[in-house]
Design a protein around this ligand. Structure first.
Ligand code: NAD
Ligand code: ZN
Length: 373
């Protein structure tokens, strides 16, 4: 089968590789119909998280069930399924308590939870930017789209990651009625989080980025206030002032590959924590910072004293998405938000290297690429 493989920094290739097979009784094989490229894949592409050569990337897939193992009960051949980025066993304390991103059983390689296409450290499950995907714990690690559904693949695809990750970011950070919310990053995750901040009743939603077409998109589709951090000498200080002492909640949807914003101190050791510095400067006393953007290693210069001194709560991590898929599916079916307006590029899997380049450089007015095997 064809699959997108990692070949080194800034280098991916579509290769012919062996198709996956059922390995355990609770596995299934899915024929992928459409699959996303995520900002998290860029951390692999940029070598922020190390990956071995030929590793298959991708954790935002959906498709048609091709084959199920003998122990699979809730999914059958021919079902249309969305595959969450988390791999959860469905049986441990974490999976049973809506914390599937830290499943205790699916990762024999480390104490992290597991996700598809994200290296040995995260469970060593080959990814979904491919023609076929092996899904372990198929009953739990899937969402079956109801047969009666009239929604197109693209309307439900982002239940795999973008939609529940953004929703969880807003919930986990406790956004409530009348809050002021600053969202750093106007990529797919930040743009989706803006929608949920409004749905939760925020009175002011502010989007920060430096890519003009993404900020324009944020203003046009989500009606948020936008600021380009390159146009402000001190973006954190500016936000602190503009929000009269800081926002109730700041959500970082950037992560370690972000560009260093003007007022920030720059990379600290190897790790760029620029968004955390902006967040720390722009959150109010007793406010909350949610780090949804991914960070890979430890870093010095972390503003622990500033955060402690101002009673700031800090939350973070991989989103547990599996338990959120049914309720968010219902919201999509009821037209409560549009999950598709971030799609700017639909490309063939064979053109995935070009797609990575466009998504990385944000060229051609790119926001989100979906790939069709
Ligand atoms: P993306 O790369 O498309 O978007 C990031 C945006 O941040 C870009 O538009 C970029 O211009 C902007 N940016 C860069 N530096 C900035 C700065 N200093 N301040 C403000 N904005 C800045 O990626 P995405 O798909 O939207 O994902 C965003 C982040 O969320 C990534 O780090 C990704 O790994 C992470 N993510 C986390 C989870 C989770 O479960 N925690 C799930 C999915 C994605
Ligand atoms: Zn993702």
């Amino acid at each position: 089968m064809q699959a997108l493989t990692y070949q080194g920094k800034d280098h991916v290739e579509v290769k012919n590789v062996e198709a996956p097979k059922i390995q355990r009784g609770d596995d299934m094989i899915v024929r992928i119909t459409v699959t996303g490229i995520c900002g998290s894949d860029l951390h692999l592409y940029k070598n922020g998280i190390s990956l071995s050569e030929d590793y298959i990337i991708g954790h935002e897939p959906m498709g048609i069930v091709e084959e199920v193992g003998p122990e699979v009960k809730n999914v059958k051949k021919g079902d249309r399924v969305v595959i969450p980025f988390n791999v959860g066993c469905g049986d441990c304390f974490y999976c049973n308590n809506q914390m599937e991103s830290q499943c205790d059983n699916s990762n024999p390689h480390s104490d992290n939870g597991s996700l598809f296409g994200y290296s040995e450290q995260f469970g060593n499950y080959p990814g979904g930017q491919a023609e076929y995907l092996r899904v372990p714990y198929a009953d739990f690690t899937s969402f079956v789209v109801p047969e009666s559904s009239e929604l197109e693949d693209e309307n439900v695809l982002f239940l795999s990651d973008v939609v529940p990750t953004a929703y969880w970011s807003v919930e986990h950070s406790g956004v409530k009625q009348d809050d002021t919310v600053v969202i750093l990053g106007a990529g797919p995750i930040g743009l989706m989080a803006q929608k949920f901040a409004w749905i939760k009743g925020a009175k002011r939603v502010i989007s920060i980025d430096h890519v003009p077409h993404r900020l324009e998109h944020a203003k046009r589709t989500n009606n948020v206030e936008t600021y380009n951090f390159e146009e402000h000498d001190e973006i954190g200080g500016f936000l602190h002032q503009s929000t009269q002492g800081g926002a109730d909640v700041v959500i970082d949807c950037v992560g370690m590959d972000g560009t260093v914003a003007s007022s920030d101190h720059g990379p600290s050791n190897d790790q760029n924590i620029s968004p955390i510095i902006t967040a720390s400067e722009s959150v109010r006393k007793f406010g909350t910072i949610q780090l949804t953007g991914v960070y890979g290693i430890n870093a010095d210069n972390f503003p622990i004293g500033d955060l402690f001194g101002r009673n700031v709560s800090l939350k973070m991590g991989q989103a547990p998405v599996i338990h959120l898929m049914p309720e968010l599916y219902n919201m999509i079916e009821n037209n409560e938000f549009d999950p598709t307006d971030i799609i700017t590029h639909k490309m063939d899997l064979k053109d995935a290297p070009e797609a990575y380049d466009i998504f990385d450089k944000k060229s051609d007015n790119n926001i989100k690429v979906v790939l069709k095997p």
